[in-house]
Design a protein around this ligand. Structure first.
Ligand code: NDP
Length: 592
């Protein structure tokens, strides 16, 4: 079979390199047997922060030049530019000057402040280059360009080129930079062309799948979770707080895992090694005995106690079973039908260690031990990230449960594991738990009222980031509550920044322990009853997340009462109105 020869545009032909590349592609298509593959022009954001107009002028020239070369160059001032948009860009070129004492130009200050808000969504897909303008006579020469470059890099962006710090004479350095930028973009454009798509991403993701991770083909599940590396861990509450809430990020780009804002993630925990060893110390076992664990197979006893069995709580069933093999008079008495209330009191706040200590010597075989124990189940946490704003990551917001009962310090199995024994780089078994009944409005222009005190904030952080990245126009109103503003205002910088730039239309906070008289989220709702009603009548969706036992019930009562008073309805009609909201999926709850 003869092969067709495809002509090439000569190097010295009067075309810009990108034009030449395009024409060569066109000819290749023309001379090939099949239809030419469509080549989308590469989108490049050209962003400028200008004080006197120099940066703007250069940015305009750059954008014009790139457009002429076949790129989709989008020129935008940093004034009013929402940095979250960057997460959706792949290529961005910054031309920025420095002002005052090494500051950003006025027009770029709000942008940079927002970019510096801690834990702004990672810019893992972004390739960027910074052309800084300044005057070397000044101490803080090109400081803003340097700061911007460092921040973008810190957020995971990939440098297309090293930053240029340009002195007052701009012509030659700018021309050289423009050429280098174009050369790099050309490389990206050809790598992204359909013929080469199968070669995969050209740019490195900031959080690479760890090398030791075995590639997974099926989506991880409760039975087969993914060992996800922790890529970030930080306290959301201050050291002086009376409670502790932490933020954790897991990298999931090493597994076929997908989620939607509003979903939860399951974490398979491990018991505390100290507690397991204390329990083994009360038993006639070394821990190395091999036992059979359903679904897991043969395991050494210590490992099984660490990973497979629940040992931090007693149930009535466990105590009853234990009593049947023990010889403790007081325990036998508690088994009498009229002693059930006493049995209930006994199990409350005690665990396996307490039982073994208070009534020793009953267990002689490993079968007797594991026959008592329920399985250790995964813990579910609402996801506090957005898959679009935080690509490749799952964030969670965890309140660390610690308490003291019967003379011992105790804690939640998973939250203390995450707080005490997990560090960045460690891996934890993770899977996605879909929460289909907790979803953003389909119509992105619908207003939302979110009520999320404490860790209830988690899905709303995800919702807000998701709505920002997708450019949803609906108004957002958040009611948040915690103990003290100074120590417990979770995600404060992010929320205040969203409030400042208008993404959060309203942010109402209830800090219950800042004043003698407690104030809760539902008190603020009541105070704003008229507004809440107006939003409802304008089609608002109402979301509640957090404590099920008290908060969600009180918020529900308050919602009914607002509908009744503001809508001039009877209690019964208000109930019907709220039910209709539920049916229309405009009242959604994720409470625990
Ligand atoms: P909380 O819900 O305990 O507290 C958040 C805020 O809500 C505080 O200001 C609290 O005030 C306030 N509050 C208390 N009662 C009410 C009420 N009736 N109505 C409205 N607000 C109220 O925050 P957490 O996120 O720490 O805990 C949430 C829930 O999750 C709790 O039930 C907790 O036990 C449960 N939980 C969390 C786990 C975890 O994340 N690791 C694990 C298991 C359970 P104040 O305290 O001053 O009264």
């Amino acid at each position: 079979m003869t092969q067709k020869l495809v002509p090439l545009i000569p190097e010295d032909a009067p075309f810009a390199p990108a034009q030449r590349a395009w024409l060569n592609g066109f000819l290749a298509g023309l001379y090939s047997y099949g239809p030419a593959p469509a080549v989308e022009p590469l989108r490049v954001a050209v962003l400028y922060g200008s004080q006197t107009g120099t940066a703007e002028g250069l940015a305009r020239k750059l954008a014009k030049h790139l457009k002429a070369a076949g790129y989709e160059a989008v020129l935008t001032s940093l004034e009013g530019y929402v940095p979250a948009t960057l997460a959706a860009e792949k290529n961005a070129l910054f031309v920025v000057s420095t002002y005052g004492e090494g500051d950003a130009p006025d027009a770029a200050q709000a942008f940079f402040q927002q970019l510096c808000v801690e834990h702004f969504p990672l810019l893992g897909n972004l390739s960027y280059a910074v052309f800084g303008l300044g005057d070397s006579h000044y101490e803080h020469f090109c400081q803003f360009g340097k700061d911007l470059d460092a921040k973008l890099h810190g957020l995971g962006g990939t440098r297309l080129l090293e930053r240029v710090d340009c002195d007052v004479e701009t012509d030659a350095p700018f021309a050289a930079w423009k050429n280098s930028v174009e050369e790099r973009l050309r490389g990206l454009a050809s790598a992204n062309s359909p013929a080469q798509e199968s070669t995969g991403a050209v740019l490195e993701m900031p959080v690479a799948a760890p090398e030791s991770a075995a590639p997974m083909t099926a989506a991880p599940s409760r039975d087969r979770p993914y060992a996800a590396p922790v890529v970030e861990k930080r306290a959301l509450t201050a050291a002086a707080s009376s409670k502790r809430t932490i933020h954790l990020s897991f990298a999931i780009d090493g597994a076929p895992m997908q989620y939607e804002a509003g979903d939860a993630c399951g974490v398979a925990p491990r018991n505390s090694p100290e507690l397991v060893d204390s329990i083994l110390g009360l038993l006639p076992f070394t821990g190395s005995e091999i036992i059979e664990v359903p679904k897991a197979g043969a395991l050494p006893l210590r490992e099984a106690l660490l990973e497979k069995f629940a040992i931090t709580r007693l149930t009535r069933n466990m105590v009853t079973q234990y009593a049947s093999i023990a010889s403790c008079g007081w325990l036998a008495e508690m088994m009498a039908p009229e002693q059930q209330a006493e049995l209930e009191r006994y199990v409350h706040g005690r665990d396996l260690f307490d039982l073994l200590k208070e009534c020793p010597g009953a267990i002689q075989t490993t079968e007797q031990l594991v026959g008592l124990l329920p399985r250790l189940t995964p813990r579910l946490y609402s996801i506090s990230s957005s898959p679009l704003a935080h690509p490749g990551q799952v964030h969670t917001t965890v309140s660390v449960v610690r308490f003291q009962t019967h003379g011992r310090e105790r804690g939640g199995v998973c939250s203390t594991l995450l707080d005490d024994r997990v560090a960045v780089g460690d891996r934890l078994p993770l899977y996605i738990h879909p929460n289909k009944k907790f979803r953003l409005p389909e119509d992105s222009s619908s207003p939302m009222i979110m009520i999320g005190p404490g860790t209830g904030i988690a899905p709303f952080r995800g919702f807000l980031h998701q709505r920002r990245v997708t450019g949803a126009t609906g108004r957002n109103w958040l009611f948040f509550g915690e103990r003290c503003a100074a120590t417990d205002f979770l995600y404060r910088e992010e929320l205040e920044s969203m409030k400042a730039d208008g993404h959060l239309t309203r942010l109402d906070t209830a800090f219950s322990r800042d004043r003698a008289q407690k104030v809760y989220v539902q008190d603020l709702m009541l105070k704003e009853a008229r507004q809440v009603w107006e939003w409802l009548e304008q089609g608002a969706y109402v979301y509640v997340c957090g404590d099920a036992f008290r908060m969600a019930k009180d918020v529900d009562k308050t919602l009914h009462s607002i509908v009744a008073t503001q809508g001039g309805m009877s209690e019964e009609d208000a109930g019907a109105y709220v039910n209709a909201l539920k049916e229309e999926r405009r009242y959604q709850r994720d409470v625990y």
